[in-house]
Design a protein around this ligand. Structure first.
Ligand code: GLY
Length: 583
């Protein structure tokens, strides 16, 4: 492999910092979540007729399935799974963060809900710069200033109010029980919680309830009593149980301890937003995905429109030509992402132009079948937005054919690492998803676009890509992934594995992945998981591509509707404890 240049080193640093968000843990993420050998991976997912839940934690999956069994629909099960994750997967699924939901109802109606965090009313463009205009190290990543106004509680309330069938109290109760009665820690939970003990101590002004004198052990029971009370307030008072009253007061008090910006008014004013789904046709499939402020739908749409003319089915999925062409499309789509995308309530996002067939054709003009294009040639200037890598995605379907895809995050592991004292949950560090210094290199040597600059009450650009795919007008696939900028590529490849490479859902999820994002100009490849053939690697290098290992690349929890009408639920277990369960 070729030598790393300075931009690559910055990216790798960013990956590690994104994974850990703290410099003291610059270990490879694979040490945190042991990777399964290819042979251990199942070749078929879980098959069921009446409903399916696929999430990152077995207890959260079980909660969702129990709600389905009780007669709840996919929306009820999604909301219940969401709150269960807030207890058993607090590093990512959490009420202190935000996310996106995409749904398709049994009658074919579709919709999306944007419950992304927003910048506080007093946030400003240069808030992470010093008087010399330099980025203040770590300020957008850890501590109170890094926090965006949480959107998740409002999002879950709106989703349930509009589409749920069971009562709000019924869908919240399982999470309250998990928090109050306790649950046994799994190996991944233990690793994550133990790993951040010192960081929790150094960032918080109170003793975080996850911190104790000795390490947590697998199988030990953990309680989230304060979080349980917060969830009870949310159950009983709905919106006012979080955005007003005691919980809001606790958040504001917490902000005061560390110069955070979020006020009571910010909380009271927060509203999640219903947005028209981003829809694109690919052959006889229709993509239903998330529009801005997520970049996911647009980039995925560009990739599908771009790949349509190429015979990748004939070439095969680990074929040099397939990887080369996909890389060239990714290079162009991510360049567009960096330049044009931001919060549509603040900037004019040229969605129509970016998904116009003539525009896509024009963008492909200079693809050479034998030589890579230099990223510098795609567009002048080095504009890039990068996200960190800890997020969670879950997919749900029910017996009537309703489907929900939700991706949610605190951004980094445990977000800003700030726990709201007395309320028992962590707050996001989503401010780092803005371009903290538009047009200039940030602390990792990367720069971001003007469209994604910080502004009061603005939403930061995301890569989260909860997605539903129809085939011939019928529900076909529900999927999404964590993984920052690798989310979109993970979703893209998983879809193509089924559509073009005839894999079932589980095989598509297990399959080898790669990633390119314009800058740095590398193809990131997954080591160990279905390792890429060495001849293919050599051929790609001969075309000028620089290959770089990246051990963390998406976790696609997905559901496929099989030709017999049954669901195949596939959990991405290569590095996680995700489970699929149906009935
Ligand atoms: N924080 C990761 C994302 O929103 O894409």
């Amino acid at each position: 492999m070729k030598k790393l240049n300075i931009k690559n080193i910055f990216f790798i640093l960013l990956v590690f910092i994104g994974v850990s968000c703290e410099s003291e843990t610059s270990e490879d993420s694979s040490e945190q979540t042991p990777e399964k050998d290819e042979k251990e991976l199942p070749q078929e997912g879980v098959i069921a007729q009446n409903g399916m839940v696929v999430s990152d934690h077995p207890l959260a999956t079980q909660v969702g399935v129990e709600i389905l069994r009780k007669g709840g629909n996919a929306i009820d099960a999604s909301v219940a799974t969401f709150f269960a994750l807030a207890v058993v997967f607090p590093q990512a699924g959490n009420i202190g963060g935000g996310g996106f939901a995409v749904y398709r109802l049994k009658d074919g109606q579709t919709g999306t809900l944007d419950f992304r965090e927003k910048a506080a009313a007093t946030a400003h463009r240069d808030m992470f710069l010093d008087e010399k205009g330099q980025v203040k190290a770590n300020r957008s990543l850890a501590g109170h200033l890094a926090v965006g106004i949480p959107g998740s509680p409002d999002g879950m309330l709106k989703l349930h109010e509009k589409l749920g069938k069971l009562s709000w109290a019924e869908v919240l109760q399982p999470a309250i029980d998990l928090a109050e009665k306790g649950h046994k820690l799994t190996p991944v939970q233990v690793k994550q919680i133990n790993r951040f003990q010192d960081t929790f101590d150094s960032i918080n002004h109170h003793k975080v309830h996850l911190v104790k004198n000795s390490d947590w052990k697998v199988g030990e029971t953990i309680y989230f009593k304060d979080l349980g009370q917060t969830l009870i307030r949310l159950r009983d008072k709905k919106r006012a149980g979080f955005y007003d009253g005691e919980t809001a007061d606790l958040i504001v008090q917490e902000m005061h301890k560390g110069n955070g910006l979020i006020t009571k008014e910010d909380l009271q004013n927060y509203q999640s937003v219903w947005r028209e789904p981003l829809q694109v046709n690919y052959k006889n499939y229709q993509l239903i995905s998330m529009p801005p402020p997520s970049s996911g739908g647009i980039v995925l749409g560009q990739l599908l429109l771009g790949i349509e003319e190429f015979p990748i089915r004939e070439w095969g999925y680990r074929n040099t030509q397939t990887i080369h062409i996909m890389t060239e499309l990714l290079r162009r789509a991510y360049a567009d992402r960096a330049t044009h995308l931001g919060d549509p309530d603040f900037v004019n996002v040229p969605t129509e132009m970016l998904l116009d067939k003539d525009y896509i054709t024009e963008r492909k003009q200079n693809i050479d079948f034998n030589v890579k294009t230099l990223s510098e040639a795609i567009k002048e200037g080095e504009v890039l937005s990068i996200e960190s890598f800890e997020t969670t995605h879950f997919s749900v379907t029910d017996k009537e054919g309703n489907a929900v895809a939700i991706t949610t995050t605190l951004n980094g592991y445990f977000g800003s690492k700030v726990e709201v004292e007395g309320a028992g949950f962590f707050l996001n560090n989503e401010m780092d998803d803005f371009s903290i210094k538009p047009g200039h290199p940030n602390q990792f040597g990367l720069v971001g676009g003007e469209a994604n600059a910080i502004a009061p009450q603005k939403r930061m650009l995301s890569s989260m890509t909860p997605t539903i795919l129809e085939k011939d007008g019928q529900l076909f696939m529900v999927l999404g992934s964590p993984g920052g900028s690798t989310i979109i590529t993970s979703v893209f490849q998983t879809m193509l594995n089924v559509i073009e490479h005839d894999m079932n859902m589980q095989q598509a999820v297990n399959a080898y992945r790669f990633h390119h994002q314009w800058l740095p100009d590398n193809i990131f490849i997954e080591p160990n998981v279905n390792e890429l053939d060495s001849l293919v690697k050599l051929e790609l290098e001969d075309m000028g591509h620089l290959l770089q290992d990246l051990s963390q690349m998406g976790k696609v929890n997905s559901i496929l509707v099989r030709p017999d009408g049954k669901y195949e639920g596939a959990a991405d277990i290569r590095r996680s404890e995700a489970t699929a369960e149906g009935f």
